[in-house]
Design a binder for this molecule. Structure first.
Ligand code: IYR
Length: 222
């Protein structure tokens, strides 16, 4: 007997040989290596049921003390998307015209980004991820742990799930993001973390021709 809130139960490790593990690891790498951030969406409406499965996947992420300190706001309403676009473009205009350092603007130049954000209206869905710094339990504030890490991992799961479903997404970080709290009426326990437009790629969509670092530049073996 124990009085843990989560009693421990046996874990059923799926059977796998090293060869199967390698084959699956390689196949998943190839799938994920084909993922790209997309800024050009078509207006095909992705069913909400698809989005719900993606968000369920994101919410399987590990989190500090299993507090699951995240909220995924799923926005398909054209009027709310327009409000978000207008507010984001105002902030981005300020960022591109004075708030970002010359070095930052030079680093962004190859990506071809600017303050215009039409994808915030063309993408059928915007997922706005909020981190929950604390939760209210019976009216009392309870602090969450490793919120930044937990929500980052959940966003990684979400991006992988989106790609696996054959959809595309962009990790958009308008700065500052407080306007999202206001537009979406979120409580003071939450702060915006990431804005992710999701949909299908436009027929004429392009992506920057970038290269990924080879493994020897990112893995140090001890
Ligand atoms: N948030 C701005 C600028 C921007 C910043 C980085 I770092 C990028 O990798 C891309 C864009 C924008 O979304 O345009």
């Amino acid at each position: 007997m124990n009085d843990l809130e989560f009693p421990h139960i046996p874990y059923n490790q799926p059977e796998s040989t090293d060869a199967e593990a390698f084959a699956r690891a390689k196949a998943f790498y190839e799938l994920m290596n084909a993922r790209r951030s997309l800024r050009f969406f078509n207006d095909h409406l992705v069913p909400q049921a698809v989005m719900d499965e993606l968000i369920r996947t994101a919410s399987t992420a590990p989190s500090g003390a299993h507090k699951q300190p995240w909220t995924f706001c799923l926005v398909g309403d054209p009027d709310i998307k327009r409000q978000i676009r207008e507010a984001a473009e105002q902030e981005e205009f300020e960022s591109y015209n004075g708030r970002m350092t010359p070095e930052w603007l030079r680093d962004l130049a190859p990506l071809g980004t600017d303050w215009h954000k039409p994808f915030l209206e063309t993408a059928p869905w915007l997922v706005i991820v909020f981190k929950r710094n604390f939760d209210y339990v019976d009216g009392a504030k309870h602090k969450n742990y490793y919120v930044q890490e937990s929500v980052g991992i959940a966003c990684g799961f979400l991006l992988a799930a989106i790609h696996n479903a054959g959809l595309v997404a962009l990790t958009h970080t308008p700065s500052p993001m407080d306007f999202l709290t206001k537009i979406l009426g979120r409580p003071d326990s939450e702060r915006p973390y990431l804005l992710i437009p999701v949909g299908y790629a436009a027929d004429d969509a392009t992506v920057p021709d970038l290269q990924r670092k080879p493994i020897d530049d990112v893995r140090v073996l001890y």
